[in-house]
Design a protein. Structure first.
Ligand code: PMP
Length: 455
């Protein structure tokens, strides 16, 4: 017998009813489950603000999981497009039927991608996009191994998790067929030379040595985020990315760039890899910003040669909801709006102001060791005892960082926090005054961190 409360309209449960159900029935995954009981219950949102059941306002300071790029107020054009798709045709299975929206979204994304990237597949999440892309790279090349980097996040499914770097430590899973390389981080390669060119050269030699040692003919693809996000916005020198592309060309290895977090304007370019002019991937995956989180959808795009191969051969990977018409309609409407409103131009114009605030945080708060910032994509490193760049694991929460995070929320910010890295990535529609206001709140929380860490 189902509780009659379930037949009441949404919005009619009391906060106590909600809290009781959360406590007994809801699970969280990235923290011990009981953490759920201290999460705010968000009732509604507007622009870049969210409101909880006590009426408290929060600024969306990391675009949730770096995905609500267009904020929280959808234009009537977007909601109408979604309603129309729902009313006309909410679902057909992509393996047995084609739709106009699938044709249109595929061609739009192909137009937005440089080079010869064409074929598009639309799974439901970034993990699945990477899962499919890894399967395709192996099938296309006939090679078994995937090379990725320690400071990375590629997803939670079998292959995307196996490609993931230090986050994977929490899972005792078999990841044979995956090889990990060290990222180019200046602090790690600081022994390699005075100037950046020498350090880049050293990192590339090490990468090539590793590939030769593994057997270059066994490596299907190199998978990397153009700017590793969860690992802390680790921009790389242009020469390093050019070098990785050259190694791929030399050994006929596919370059798979994971644009799940950076894609669709986060860095002030449509694609994160466009910050490295001339470096073109063979495979691109993206998600999050594709629909700005209005619906769960991701994409995989591949180059023409791979496309020709898969015209004759199956990918051998699929999911029921790939190419979901309603999700594709949401993505298409959001994307056309991003383009017509020149949202990426806006990101470029506010990026220097954002970076100035990031720099200021690192300058005035002794608890902050360093900052990195590009577009509306920033990270602050909490000072480590040995002064080295911290790893983004979520094991490092201490009393000090817990108090900091309480203050962060008390001061009206809602966002991801995985000590020892503080992510700042507001919705791309944020304006200059709102950036100022967000950082004023951020400073108040960092004052608490300074004090807690004894500075
Ligand atoms: N790749 C990157 C770079 C990501 O940041 C993420 C998610 N944070 C993923 C893949 C996985 O995407 P999803 O959570 O949608 O499966």
């Amino acid at each position: 017998q189902v509780d009659p409360k379930h037949f009441q309209p949404l919005g009619s449960w009391s906060t106590e009813d909600i809290k009781d159900a959360v406590s007994s029935h809801v699970m969280c995954t990235w923290s011990p489950g009981k953490a759920k009981n201290s999460l705010p219950i968000i009732t509604h949102a507007n622009h870049i603000y969210l409101y909880d059941s006590d009426g408290k306002e929060y600024m969306d300071w990391t675009s949730q999981a770096v995905c609500t790029n267009a904020g929280h107020s959808l234009s009537p054009r977007v909601t109408t497009a979604i309603h129309e798709q729902m009313n006309n045709l909410h679902f057909v299975y992509g393996g047995i039927a084609m739709t106009e929206i699938r044709a249109r979204l595929s061609s739009l994304i192909s137009e937005l991608l440089p080079g010869d990237l064409v074929g598009c597949l639309f799974p439901s999440s970034g993990s699945e996009a990477n899962e499919a892309a890894i399967a395709m790279a192996r099938r296309f090349t006939g090679r078994p191994k995937i090379l990725s980097f320690y400071r990375s996040y590629h997803g939670g499914t079998k292959n995307s998790l196996s490609a993931t770097g230090d986050y994977r430590r929490h899972f005792q899973q078999d990841s044979s067929g995956f090889v990990k390389a060290f990222n180019f981080t200046p602090s790690f390669f600081e022994h390699a030379g005075e100037d950046e060119a020498e350090r880049v050269q050293s990192a590339l030699l090490m990468l090539e040595e590793q590939i030769i040692s593994e057997g270059a003919e066994t490596i299907a693809s190199i998978v990397l985020e153009s700017i590793p996000g969860s690992a802390g916005v680790l921009t790389m020198p242009h020469a390093y990315m050019q070098g990785v592309r050259a190694i791929c060309d030399k050994y006929s290895i596919l370059l798979h760039i994971d644009e799940v977090m950076c894609g669709f304007g986060r860095t002030g370019e449509m694609w994160g890899f466009q910050n490295y002019p001339g470096v073109l991937p063979d495979i691109v995956t993206s998600a999050k910003g594709l629909s700005a989180s209005v619906a769960p959808i991701s994409f995989v795009a591949i180059n023409e040669k791979m496309m020709e191969f898969f015209e004759e051969n199956p990918v051998g990977w699929g999911s029921t909801f790939q190419g979901h018409p309603v999700a594709m309609a949401a993505a298409y409407a959001i994307l056309t709006e991003v383009l017509t409103s020149n949202l990426i131009g806006h990101v470029k114009s506010v990026a220097p102001i954002f970076e100035e605030h990031m720099r200021h945080c690192a300058e005035v708060h002794p608890s902050i060791l360093n900052y990195r910032s590009i577009g509306l994509y920033g990270a602050l490193d909490i000072a480590t005892p040995d002064g080295r760049q911290p790893h983004a694991t979520h094991e490092a929460r201490t009393t000090a960082t817990t108090r900091y995070f309480d203050s962060f929320r008390e001061n009206g910010l809602l966002g991801l926090f995985r000590a020892p890295i503080i992510h700042i990535a507001p919705p791309l529609i944020i304006n200059e005054e709102e950036i100022q206001e967000g950082f004023a709140r951020q400073h108040r929380a960092l004052d608490v961190l300074d004090e807690e860490l004894g500075f």
